[in-house]
Design a protein around this ligand. Structure first.
Ligand SMILES: Cc1ncc(COP(=O)(O)O)c(C=O)c1O
Length: 456
């Protein structure tokens, strides 16, 4: 063996160059750290480039200073409040800041979570418990709870219903109508309804349900029939966007029936995954039975989460963003993204083939669009071609029932998509269409490789 080859073997880098990586059992022997780093790094090299991933709402870039803080706090277990009281205090500050941003009327409570999914599970559990308590106190049965929401919600709402035994009452969408309002929920609400969930910034098109209208309807229901049905806002994406882009639009605790709000810190809160928030209007909106008081390592903790040990780094990173950007910084960032999204929407229309969905309405910084007319190719073909030619990940998907025949594409416009990339994307979209017009639709096997998921 040559010296060079010997050197490679000595570093144990060569051990895996000619065979596959361990994938069934923990290997019997060790590797050097550098070899392990290269092995795992090379495995991941085949993944998509996060900057070209226009499917995800989740943050793909943070400032180097934030990364320093994250790195320095990776070893801190958040649940150890006794050892890390300042980390807990930082979480509480974030909760108070968000409650203020969402116009909570007074002192409130909440929690950080792994993401909006955990926040929704906890918020909806609180709705269930509170409804049970109210009905038990009135001597009424509690065995058939239901939750009302539109077909425009994220899959986590149906997951909650299945996991926690609640009947989902889902208002179907219609072609051309992709959000819901009071008239849609009215037939579904009854005395067993534990709550209504409305979305601000839907996963599918970025728009908001008519929260003010739903709130009015629930107020009338309370006045006329004495039914007090709480409203939970799924602001996974929207809760960090609406306060800055549409400050006068009322969707939050300014509306009386809004009792709880979830937000994904790792989406437009601009923090890496995974951090979410659940904020209650008032302390009384958190069902007391869900809070566990325990004596752990000499300190009594009140916990209200689905997990126990979890990281602190993203909580700290959220606080970094709050103090670093301030409201002015968040506003500016949202405005930049919105301006770039408008520019992209115009460019997409200028291609001459597409219609932009819900133009002029309040929405997230994204462009949801589809083909305006029939062509030999469809949105899935375009998504494939765009990925094949330029590596852009722009998902194609069908809408939820009863709009399942509508195909859609959606491009998120985050800070990583600056104006020059926006222009590039529009050019690449036009080029992909040109290719499809020349060569015809993509093959079945190509189609199977198209990104279809919009669930994050
Ligand atoms: C409206 C909505 N709700 C909930 C979720 C789930 O959020 P998370 O990924 O933070 O768990 C998403 C994810 O995209 C979403 O868009």
């Amino acid at each position: 063996m040559s010296d060079a080859a010997n050197l490679i073997e000595a570093a144990q880098v060569g051990a895996w160059l000619e065979k596959g990586p361990p994938d069934q059992a923990i290997p019997e022997d060790s590797l050097s750290p550098i070899a392990a780093l290269r092995l795992v790094g090379q495995e991941l090299a085949v993944e998509g480039i996060p900057e070209r991933n226009l499917a995800t709402f989740v943050t793909t870039w943070m400032e180097p200073e934030a990364r320093v803080l994250i790195d320095e706090n990776l070893h801190r277990n958040f649940i150890d409040h006794a050892e890390y009281p300042q980390t807990f205090e930082i979480q509480q500050r974030c909760i108070r800041m968000l409650a203020e941003l969402f116009h909570a009327p007074g002192e409130t409570t909440g929690t950080s979570t792994q993401g909006s999914s955990e926040a929704i599970m906890l918020g909806a559990l609180s709705l269930k418990w509170q409804s049970q308590e109210r009905r038990q106190a009135a001597g009424k049965p509690t065995d058939s709870p239901n939750l009302v929401f539109g077909g425009d919600v994220h899959v986590v709402w149906e997951k909650f219903c299945r996991y926690f035994d609640v009947e989902p009452r889902i208002v179907p969408l219609q072609p051309g109508k992709y959000t819901i309002g009071p008239e849609d929920i009215e037939p579904h609400v009854d005395e067993n309804t534990i709550g209504v969930a409305a979305v601000v910034g839907t996963t599918f098109t970025g728009h908001a349900d008519d929260v003010a209208g739903i709130n009015d309807f629930l107020l009338q229901l309370k006045d006329k029939k004495g039914l007090d049905v709480p409203l939970h806002i799924d602001g996974a994406s929207g809760a960090f966007v609406w306060p800055f882009l549409y400050p006068h639009s009322e969707w939050d605790f300014r509306l009386e029936q809004v009792r709880s709000i979830n937000a994904s810190g790792h989406k437009f809160g601009l923090v890496y995954p995974g951090i979410g928030w659940l904020i209650f209007r008032e302390k009384a909106d958190l069902a007391e039975d869900l809070v566990f008081y325990e004596n752990y390592l000499g300190k009594t903790d009140a916990t209200f989460t689905l997990n126990f040990s979890t990281g602190s780094a993203m909580v700290i990173a959220q606080y970094y963003n709050f103090v670093r950007f301030g409201k002015a910084g968040y506003r500016r960032i949202m405005e930049i993204m919105q301006e770039n999204a408008k520019s992209l929407a115009k460019d997409i229309e200028d291609v001459g083939k597409f219609q932009v969905i819900g133009k002029g309405e309040e929405t997230l910084p994204l462009v949801a669009f589809n083909l305006a007319d029939q062509h030999p190719y469809d949105e899935f073909d375009i998504a494939f071609q765009l990925a094949a030619e330029r590596g852009w990940m722009v998902p194609a998907y069908t809408m939820p029932p009863d709009a399942q025949d509508i195909k859609m594409m959606r491009a998120l416009v985050k800070l990583t998509l600056n104006r020059s990339l926006v222009d590039k994307l529009a050019d690449d979209l036009a080029a992909a269409i040109k290719t499809l017009e020349q060569k015809g639709p993509v093959t079945e096997s190509e189609r199977r490789r198209v990104r279809r998921s919009v669930t994050h």
